[in-house]
Design a binder for this molecule. Structure first.
Ligand code: NAD
Length: 247
């Protein structure tokens, strides 16, 4: 079956790698971006030329409810259905705990939690009706094994996303699988401005001695969205290269 896959925040980083992975498996893909139309169009051109799939780039700022609704509506209008939803887009606002504003919390919640909820609510009922659907949410190991007050609102939003994963799996059983992937440190733009000594420290705490490549996470996401993972539902899976196994 040729599937339609929507990955949020997919003009770069892990989202882009996920689009490439799904397209390489023959799925039609919808790229969502907020600002960088040029990069989104480049991903679209690349995967449609390389894999012969249909690709579409849709602008939508996921911090805005109306934009999230427009993204879902446009996807359904253009493709007729969405079979796979990957809630990948995320923001992390690092800063001193004491300096954090409620506006930081609000923005993080909007992108990292409310948008995944709304997209699930808008797309999963149709998946259930079609008796086929896969949703993969991207959280982080931060909320499972480690904590950081400098990203308290990020951690809280991702912890809630794990919770949403389980409630969504219950809500849309039995034909829609909803799972969550928790990456460790991944080499993407999200980390590019962090101090090198912090990245070195984190790599040293990882058995693999390096950050993950976005493609490595994309392969797990694609697996969870595949029929090979049909009996995995409401699950939370870490992919962190053995982070902090040693003292
Ligand atoms: P990234 O910053 O390259 O990608 C994040 C994507 O989300 C970007 O495409 C960005 O444009 C998009 N985005 C941000 N705000 C948006 C908005 N308002 N509307 C629409 N899109 C928006 O970082 P990444 O590492 O590829 O992150 C992908 C996901 O993985 C995120 O959810 C992130 O929290 C999670 N994650 C990343 C790491 C890591 O170490 N990089 C670790 C664990 C989890």
């Amino acid at each position: 079956m040729k599937r339609v896959v929507l990955v949020t925040g997919s003009s770069r980083g892990m989202g882009k790698a996920e689009i490439e992975e799904f397209a390489s498996r023959g799925d039609d893909v919808i790229i969502n971006y907020v600002h960088n139309q040029t990069m989104a169009e480049a991903v679209k051109q690349e995967v449609s030329a390389k894999y012969g799939v249909r690709a579409l780039a849709i602008q939508a700022d996921l911090s805005k409810e109306a934009a999230v609704r427009r993204l879902a509506a446009t996807a359904l209008q253009e493709f007729g259905r969405v079979d796979v939803l990957v809630n990948n887009a995320g923001i992390a606002l690092y800063g001193k705990f004491e300096d954090k504003k409620l506006a930081d919390w609000e923005k993080s919640m909007q992108v990292n939690l409310y948008a995944p909820f709304l997209l699930t609510q808008l797309l999963a009922p149709e998946m259930a009706k079609n008796k086929y659907g896969k949703i993969v949410n991207i959280a982080t190991i931060d909320v499972m094994t480690t904590y950081n007050p400098e990203s308290a609102e990020y951690d809280a939003s991702k912890a809630a996303l794990i919770n949403l994963t389980k409630n969504s799996a219950l809500q849309y059983q039995p034909d829609v699988n909803v799972n969550c992937v928790c990456p460790g440190w991944v080499a993407t733009d999200m980390n590019k401005d962090l101090p090198q000594d912090l990245l070195d420290y984190q790599q040293a705490k990882t058995c693999k001695g390096r950050l993950a490549k976005p493609e490595e996470v994309a392969k797990l996401v694609a697996f969870l969205a595949s029929d090979d993972a049909a009996f995995i539902d409401g699950e939370v899976i870490k992919i962190d290269g053995g982070y902090k196994l040693m003292n």
